[in-house]
Design a binder for this molecule. Sequence first.
Ligand SMILES: Nc1ncnc2c1ncn2[C@@H]1O[C@H](COP(=O)(O)OP(=O)(O)O)[C@@H](O)[C@H]1O
Ligand SMILES: [Mg+2]
Length: 287
Amino acid sequence: MTDTGPEGFASAQAQATYRSPVLGSSPASVAVSAAAVVKRYTQGTARIDALREVSLTIPAGQFLAVMGPSGCGKSTLLHAIAGLTRPDVGKIVVENTDIATLNDRQLTHFRRRRVGLVFQSFNLIPTLTAADNIKLSLLADGRARDAEARLPVVLERLGLTNRRNHRPDALSGGEQQRVAIARAMITDATMLLADEPTGNLDSISGQYVCRLLQELCQEQSRTIVLVTHEPAVAVWAERVVVMRDGQVLAEFATREFSQPHRLAAHYQDLISEPRIGSRSAPNERNS
Ligand SMILES: Nc1ncnc2c1ncn2[C@@H]1O[C@H](COP(=O)(O)OP(=O)(O)O)[C@@H](O)[C@H]1O
Ligand SMILES: [Mg+2]
């Protein structure tokens, strides 16, 4: 793979390799198992089938990219895995926990401790410094001592030490996304779910974030699910699942494609395949 990241990243990495004691003792072999997951929305009289019997297994420690055209259900799937959206039908098991069995309090605990979320729009609190944004989820969980102990390590690992007292509006897009990743990883969540994390970044910053995610996966055995429609981003993952119209259309290993443009061509071929039967796209269907 071509090394397109900015210089200095490798040395920053050598200085601070963040290793989590929690993650080191977490040998579960399957991180996520989704079985025939259905999610429908209604808008007026229209029914939108956002997920139509999606089944997927994600091994622990895998870096998975989920690709697909806009509206195909990628974010809905990610939210269902994170416990932010409850499926109408089907089962989602995350690290041996069937998340449908969790009550609201347990679900909050699950989201705070087990999953880290990263969004396209960063979702940082504008009035807080980078350091305070990063610590916030641990503080909300009553873990101030953990927050203080881990903050310097996480800042250094993400190359943010000299940005710690800056507010988001004084940071570049790439730095803001690194703050958001730091916020997601400081809790020691074993799973990082990233929804189009490079969507608002220039290509250099985007590649930097991709490499960071890949390294977090390799160094710390974190499971990463990355939603993207950009082949140059998906190529950093180990495996790609392609969705269309609320369903899993295909999957492949990225090692089959040495270059992003080959992956892009394969992806285009897949999503241009004629639809099976006469089913229309979910967004066009009425109940
Ligand atoms: N809260 C919601 N209410 C109604 N429709 C929704 C809602 N969330 C998503 N949808 C619809 O579900 C489909 C899948 O959306 P989404 O998962 O966001 O797709 P993607 O992330 O692949 O662009 C789309 O047609 C979208 O408009
Ligand atoms: Mg989306």
